[in-house]
Ligand binder design. Structure first.
Ligand SMILES: Cc1cc2nc3c(=O)[nH]c(=O)nc-3n(C[C@H](O)[C@H](O)[C@H](O)COP(=O)(O)O)c2cc1C
Length: 176
């Protein structure tokens, strides 16, 4: 499977961690936990270019599909995921990094998320989708787990199976 997961939650073994472990296990793909990396917030002066962000991006660029896994916190992504997304601006600003940014084009981005709502929040999904579009990435779909009553894998089986099929299929545009 030509895919990798970028995961970011305030806890590794929480709802999103369990959900993405299941999915990554099925797909037999690696999970990168942003909380284990040293990635500092966006800096207009780019004094942070020697942190883990560029090496991480170079690693991600080896894959055609990138799965972003995060809980919904206040209608948005987790703080660590937001920092990661903000840092993609480095590719737009720093001349010698522009080539890395261009290599994101044509890759497929998918979302795995959890919240305590019946559906993934629209603002959350839209800000992700708009970001992917801006970066020239294709959107491959999302899967959401409603954890209002705790993490209940049986409730998500059907959605997860659809998502797995979509990610596995070449025609990722048909993803859920
Ligand atoms: C800071 C914070 C903000 C949250 N905001 C939302 C929200 O806007 N909408 C929602 O449905 N759930 C919200 N939740 C609930 C989480 O999305 C939900 O419990 C999720 O499964 C937690 O995943 P985790 O265990 O990986 O942190 C919030 C939880 C926290 C801790």
């Amino acid at each position: 499977m030509d895919a990798i997961v970028v995961f970011a939650s305030a806890r590794r073994d929480g709802n999103t961690g369990k959900f993405i472990d299941w999915i990554a296990n099925e797909l037999e793909i690696e999970i990168i936990d942003l909380s284990e990396m040293n990635i500092s917030p966006y800096d207009y002066e780019h004094k942070n270019l020697d942190d883990d962000f560029i090496p991480l991006m170079n690693r991600l660029l080896n894959y055609k599909k990138i799965i972003f896994a995060t809980p919904v916190y206040w209608y948005a992504v987790s703080a660590q995921m937001k920092i990661f997304i903000d840092r993609t601006s480095d590719f737009l600003d720093v001349e010698e990094l522009k080539n890395i940014g261009r290599r994101l084009r044509g890759k497929t981005a998918c979302i795995v998320c959890t919240s305590i709502s019946s559906e993934a929040d629209h603002s959350f999904l839209n800000s992700f989708k708009d970001t992917f579009e801006y970066l020239g990435m294709n959107y491959g779909g999302h899967v959401h787990a409603n954890c209002e009553h705790g993490y209940r894998p049986n409730d998500y089986k059907e959605d997860v199976n659809k998502f797995l099929q979509a990610v596995k299929s070449l025609d990722v545009e048909t993803a859920v």
